[in-house]
Design a protein around this ligand. Structure first.
Ligand code: GLU
Length: 476
């Protein structure tokens, strides 16, 4: 997507890495070791479809094995190539380090337009791709654990886990070979919404830091803030839906493949999403005015811009025109290194991808732990927690009656207090805690050092320092 004269996605990630390490004290050898991608496996395989053999090209790239398994999604898109998977694998390494999920970084991709195939054909293709990776341990609960990414979801993950189990019939931990599975195939509550939920938690945390908000020329709360979101896929949809229905943000712009929708009063995200499902695009949706050149909406006035589609959409051709003072990168690499320079100089605050969209891999981590422990979160504690709360309520009510105090607990409070946490509540709590802790570690570096000018540089420094510490402790 990058415009002419701009570096590739992989080079763009390297440039961001280089900016950070210039402010660190790493030996040149270690710096190089962390920068490079360890390996990229290319597979070409044939599948008999519609009476003839079609050949597909797929990749699985492993960026860093300082911790194993390595982790990262599998993307189905026509843009997939070696440069892209390597850039995405590198981002996974830094993302995992930043949010303290105990994984190295990896990424996979299949060069395909999934909309051109029916479900049965996609199953054949996915299983065959999975077979190629499984037999080389590039899908394995202890070594390499994929997840959904652009163009894939829980359906594909269910095929992959089933394929793994067929090929490893005695592996008791087989379910942990991939995350983002449907619940009935070993998934976890809250994984589908996790990346969008993480965007919400990251913004809430940003809005708890008044100085950071002031730097982005913002004040107050999320309530009433105007938001433009690019891409109403899994991430963009959940982020926009939660921000509008739970935090009162106003979604004034939505950008999709077939143009954008614009409505300064704010749109009902669910209605737009339902329209898209039914009609294949946003055109004609009564929630907003249709803008044929959707990308132009990136340049509209708003408080918060959320690029949630793909890499390189904010580049040298449009960075100068961006008016938002706060950008949160829900996609991986939506801002090129060149655009990043321009935006920083303009004073735009960017909440970087390796932090902003880490909610997905965080909940993937919970799912992997659930699979390895073979028990659902909350199963042991929930009723016991409820019973203990009931004792306290009973005692308060008894005291009130005995002493004639006439207290009565409001039914809303009672219901909420008595309800023990189930898996979804625990997942959300773990995700919220993770996003707050990671923000704190970025903030410490960002604000304690004069040479660290922005959140991206701070996030890279935190992540690279952790990867370096891990390599050092191994004696490398
Ligand atoms: N594909 C997602 C990402 O880019 C999730 C990765 C995972 O859960 O392993 O972060």
């Amino acid at each position: 997507m990058a415009v002419k004269g701009e570096p590739s996605f992989r080079e763009s990630v390297d440039l961001m890495f280089n900016r950070a390490v210039a402010h660190m004290d790493l030996s040149p050898g270690l710096e190089e070791k962390i920068r490079v991608c360890n390996s990229t496996y290319t597979v070409r395989f044939g599948v008999r479809l519609r009476g003839q053999i079609q050949t597909f090209t797929g990749y699985r790239s492993v960026h860093s094995e300082h911790m194993e398994p390595v982790k990262g999604g599998i993307r189905f898109a026509t843009s997939v190539n070696q440069d892209e998977v390597e850039a995405l694998a590198a981002l996974m390494t830094f993302k995992c380090a930043l949010v303290e999920t105990p994984f190295g970084g990896s990424k996979g991709g299949l060069c395909i337009d999934p909309r051109e195939y029916d479900e049965h054909e996609l199953e054949l293709i996915t299983r065959r791709f999975a077979y190629e990776l499984i037999k080389r341990d590039l899908i394995n609960p202890a070594q390499n654990v994929p997840a959904p990414d652009m163009g894939t979801g829980e359906r594909e993950m269910a095929w992959i886990v089933d394929q793994y189990k067929r090929m490893n019939t005695t592996d008791i931990n087989g379910a942990a070979c991939v995350t983002g599975k449907p619940i009935n195939a070993g998934g976890i509550q809250g994984r589908t919404e996790a990346t969008g939920r993480g965007i919400q938690y990251a913004l809430r945390e940003f809005f708890r830091h008044k100085d950071d908000m002031a730097a982005a020329k913002l004040a107050g709360t999320l309530d009433g803030k105007t938001v433009i979101v690019q891409g109403l896929g899994n991430v963009g949809y959940h982020a926009a839906e939660f921000l509008s229905t739970e935090d009162g943000a106003r979604i004034t712009g939505i950008i999709e493949r077939d143009g954008g929708l614009w409505n300064p009063k704010g749109m009902n995200v669910q209605a737009v999403f339902d329209w898209m499902r039914a009609n294949g695009g946003v055109a004609g949706c009564p929630e907003g005015k249709h803008v044929a050149d959707g990308a132009k909406l990136l340049e509209e006035d708003c408080d918060i811009l959320i690029p949630a589609a793909m890499e390189g959409v904010i580049n040298l051709s449009n960075a100068k025109q961006i008016k938002a003072s706060l950008i949160i990168e829900a996609a991986n690499g939506p801002i090129t290194a060149g655009a990043d320079d321009i935006l920083r100089k303009k004073g735009v605050i960017i909440i970087p991808d390796l932090y902003a969209n880490a909610g997905g891999v965080t909940v993937s981590y919970f799912e992997w732990v659930k699979n390895l422990s073979h028990i659902r979160f909350g199963r042991m504690q929930r009723r016991q927690e409820e019973a203990r709360h009931q004792i306290l309520i009973d005692e308060l009510e008894r005291l009130s009656a005995d002493k004639g105090l006439g207290w009565s607990l409001s039914p809303g409070f009672k219901d909420q207090y008595l309800r023990g946490a189930g898996e979804l509540e625990l997942v959300r709590s773990g995700l919220d805690d993770t996003m707050r802790a990671a923000y704190q570690s970025i903030s410490n570096v960002w604000h304690s050092r004069n040479d660290v000018t922005d959140m991206r540089m701070a996030a890279y420094i935190v992540a690279i320092e952790r990867v370096a510490a891990s390599y050092r402790s191994k004696g490398l």
